[in-house]
Design a protein around this ligand. Structure first.
Ligand code: NAD
Length: 487
């Protein structure tokens, strides 16, 4: 059996886990087992399914510290952020459990007498989930819990860069009472991922990852059968700063948004679009703060910025910084690939980097770099700033900092993104509202909030006619209204 090692990004010689590379035949067996289990699960009343999911919330909360250390070790997130990753899963389980007794459909008045009309939500069957490395507990939770509540069997293929986190997440859910056969994990990279996405018995594929992979997955999945494919892809998120903004607040937000998780969040702030009158002061103060961030072992609570997930990822970010300079940008701070960080032998880090003088058409202003790099652009008025924010192929998250309520609300209205913040950075979405983006960031689905359940269920419209005669909608007269001609 072929295997692969999951390693610590901070110290790649440290093996976190050795896992099998599942073959297409093993993916097939996982789907078959989940399909079998799903038939019984679909008959469990929704509130009873929700109870099991509620138990997962408690079980995950009980293992939060242990899971957070694993996220930190395997995905390189600093401890406090790793704890947030796990907390998001706890919160999502609690939220989804509550949905088990919430409204699931619509009831509309029928146009005919003695007739009822409502919708219900039905399971899809088996759903295939493909997840990225950067939220190795939270993103599986975003997908697994709504999928289970809707009555589905689940086969999940986590990223090969953080598979152990997903395994422990799934083990915790199974220990808490989710039937083991119902929730299957397969491991490896593109091969098992594709086998899952194109499997004939997988009725819905839910993918989160890069644009390039998402496009490939969607094409392959749709070519090989009728199914829904939901895509949650990359971002190029921007923060607009107007001259009247509270600059202390902007600086806190920019530092957290751009350099948290070493810039490796889909919602990371990678562009700052600033009114020219405050750009020098703002850049000076951000550079000062960024220069004081401590690179280090993510398991050390004193560390601010951890490693990039792989050496290749760090090299790609460093090359993008060089390319930005070649296109006319100036490195105001950082810019270097570092492999000499104490206690992190072999780990690849990129210094928190601020690029100034970036033109809206430059690659650094358009492409997702997925590293701790903040590109500063200038815009005199709000319309110009929003034009820059919207001038990319992504539409995930954006922020506007101003004290002017009218400008804030104009920005909210005109920014083309799935998530907009006022006076808060582009990262930090809560699980109660839908999460997802416009343009190439996604294909219209949303996760989290009450929307989470939709991609994992099918709507059934139900009519019940108890008039005991044939009534023909749109053809037969509705009962006459008193006073109407013929009444
Ligand atoms: P990735 O695209 O490299 O991998 C994502 C998943 O796809 C992994 O599980 C991988 O093994 C699998 N995969 C690779 N090739 C495949 C194939 N041919 N068929 C099926 N599966 C395949 O992404 P990543 O590097 O793990 O994650 C980073 C990306 O994810 C960034 O672009 C980030 O913006 C994005 N992301 C988006 C969101 C969101 O909600 N919009 C959230 C987190 C991350």
């Amino acid at each position: 059996m072929a295997t692969f090692d999951s390693v610590s990004p901070a110290r790649p010689a440290e093996v976190v886990a050795t896992l099998p590379v599942h073959t297409a035949a093993e993916v097939d067996a996982a789907v078959a087992a989940a399909a079998d289990a799903q038939r019984a699960w679909a008959r469990v009343p929704v509130p009873a399914r929700a109870e099991r999911i509620g138990a997962c919330a408690a079980a995950l909360a009980g293992r939060k510290h242990e899971l957070a250390r694993l996220v930190s070790w395997e995905a390189g997130k600093v401890l406090v952020e790793a704890g947030g990753d796990v907390q998001e899963a706890v919160d999502m389980a609690g939220f989804v459990a509550g949905q088990g007794r919430a409204a699931w459909g619509e009831t509309v008045p029928s146009e005919l007498a003695s007739k009822l009309a409502w919708t219900s939500r039905q399971p899809i069957g088996v759903v295939g989930l493909i997840t990225p490395w950067n939220f190795p507990v939270a993103i599986p939770a975003w997908k697994v819990f709504p999928a289970l509540l809707a009555g589905n069997g689940v086969v999940i293929k986590p990223s090969e860069l953080a598979p152990r986190c997903c395994e422990v997440f799934v083990e915790t859910c199974i220990d808490a009472g989710i039937p083991a056969e119902l929730l299957q994990v397969v491991h490896g990279g593109a091969e098992p991922g594709e086998a899952l996405a194109v499997h004939g018995a997988v009725g819905a594929v839910s993918f989160t990852g890069s644009v390039a992979t998402g496009r490939r997955v969607a094409v392959a999945a749709m070519e090989r059968g009728p199914r829904t494919v939901s895509l949650e892809l990359g971002g190029k998120n921007a923060m607009i700063v107007r001259a009247d903004a509270d600059l202390d607040l902007v600086i806190d937000g920019a530092i957290f948004g751009a350099f948290g998780t070493a810039g490796q969040r889909c919602t990371s702030t990678s562009r700052l679009v600033v009114e020219p009158s405050v750009v020098d002061e703002l850049v000076g103060r951000i550079v000062d703060r960024a220069g004081r961030l401590r690179l280090g072992d993510p398991l050390d609570p004193a560390t601010d910025v951890g490693p990039l997930i792989t050496a290749q990822a760090a090299e790609r970010v460093a090359a993008a910084i060089d390319a930005a300079v070649a296109e006319g940008a100036r490195v105001a701070c950082g810019g270097k690939l570092r492999r000499d960080v104490p206690h992190c032998g072999g780990g690849s880090f990129v210094e928190p980097t601020v690029l100034t003088g970036v033109k809206p058409e430059a690659r650094a202003a358009k492409e997702e770099l997925f590293g701790p790099v903040l590109a500063v652009l200038e815009a005199t008025d709000l319309d110009e700033a929003v034009g820059i924010v919207n001038g990319v192929e992504f539409g995930l998250s954006a922020a506007v900092y101003t004290r002017d309520i009218n400008e804030a609300l104009r920005a909210v209205e005109t920014i083309d993104a799935g998530i907009v913040y006022v006076n808060a950075p582009t990262i930090g979405a809560e699980i109660g509202l839908p999460f997802g983006g416009t343009k190439h960031t996604g294909n219209g689905f949303r996760e989290a909030g009450t929307h989470g359940i939709r991609q994992f269920s099918q709507v059934k419209s139900v009519y019940v006619d108890y008039s005991q005669r044939l009534q023909r909608a749109q053809i037969d007269n509705r009962p006459p209204v008193p006073g109407e001609t013929g009444a």
